[in-house]
Design a binder for this molecule. Structure first.
Ligand code: HSE
Length: 310
């Protein structure tokens, strides 16, 4: 089918997932941006509309524009593309706002071109856009959006990403405190060197978490959802992080950590009932602080980015 326009849903995502800084990520249901991408007669990429947030239309300053250009440069075409972005994921929220825009742009253009690139190949283009938002390239948000489910980034150069099994009952609770934390800044404050002792803990936990996903071993998931490297530093920027974590674990969460670079935090649970209890416990801790917030409960979105039918 020769389409000239496509509407897509580009979901929010949680990166790092405690034990996998820059390598693990999962995709959420319901929360996500919508984008319309259409072919134009003149070549090149234009962003013609952004609703929901103040972001630059200049393609060199917008993650969607940079990602789209990277794809178009790799696959020259006589046609061009214009992009409309309807932002529902707040920038600087920690649930992959820039990744959703970058992944959406490359996914949409690839569909309109008749899919010359695989979903894995699109990760490389989307990552170029992400680089603008965070100051360095990483694929832990764009990968689960483009592949769906839970993903592990083995390498970004070359791109080598593995889609992991997704236990059916695994449920996420996301608290989004309405304060903005720029990924760029959140990356600057973390230590650049890691002790061998901490590295051993982290790769032990990461390996165990992946094994737990394969075996649907929720107890092992719980033992391995730990981060002794990045969380101790970044959590200082998140109001009541320690109390939120304690309350979530007491309410039955398998683990609790920072979503991406924050300020959003996430808990993982086995099933929706426990997720509801964890959500209540989080609200009880966070409400008295007086910072506006949103809370979401979501199973893992195994489909990822999708086309919205006309
Ligand atoms: N892995 C990234 C970070 C995700 O934590 O900085 C945010 O883009």
């Amino acid at each position: 089918m020769n389409m000239s326009e496509i509407k897509i849903f580009s979901p929010a995502s949680v990166a790092n997932v405690s034990c996998g800084f820059d390598v693990l990520g999962f995709c959420l249901e319901l929360v996500g941006d919508e984008m319309i991408i259409r072919k134009t007669k003149s070549q090149g990429v234009k962003i013609t509309k952004i609703e929901g947030q103040k972001l630059p239309l200049d393609i060199k300053k917008n993650v969607a524009g940079i990602a789209a250009e990277a794809l178009v440069n790799a696959y020259p075409s006589k046609e061009g593309f214009e992009i409309e972005i309807y932002k529902k994921i707040q920038a600087g929220s920690g649930i992959g706002s820039s990744a959703a825009s970058a992944a959406g742009a490359v996914f949409g253009i690839n569909e309109l071109l008749g899919k010359p690139f695989t979903a894995h190949e699109l990760i490389g283009f989307a990552m170029e856009g992400e680089g603008l938002a965070s100051g360095s390239s990483h694929a832990d948000n764009v990968s689960p959006i483009l592949l769906g489910g839970i993903t592990l980034v083995r390498s970004i150069k070359p791109v080598d990403v593995i889609k992991l099994p997704c236990p059916k009952e695994l449920t996420a609770v996301i608290l989004h405190p309405k304060i903005e934390l720029k990924t760029f800044h959140a990356r600057e404050i973390i230590k650049k060197n890691v002790s061998l002792e901490k590295a051993i803990q982290q790769w032990g936990n990461l390996g165990a978490f992946i094994s737990a996903l394969f075996n649907e071993d929720y107890e092992l998931m719980s033992r391995s959802l730990k981060d002794e490297i990045v969380e101790p530093v970044r959590s200082l920027l998140i109001p009541e992080f320690k109390l939120l974590k304690k309350a979530s674990i007491n309410a039955g969460a398998l683990g609790f950590g920072i979503s991406g670079s924050g300020p959003s935090v996430f808990a993982l649970t086995k099933g929706k009932d426990i997720a509801n209890k964890v959500s209540q416990a989080i609200v009880e801790v966070f409400s008295p602080i007086g910072i506006d917030f949103e809370i979401h409960i979501s199973t893992i979105n195994n489909q990822g980015i999708e086309i919205i039918p006309n």
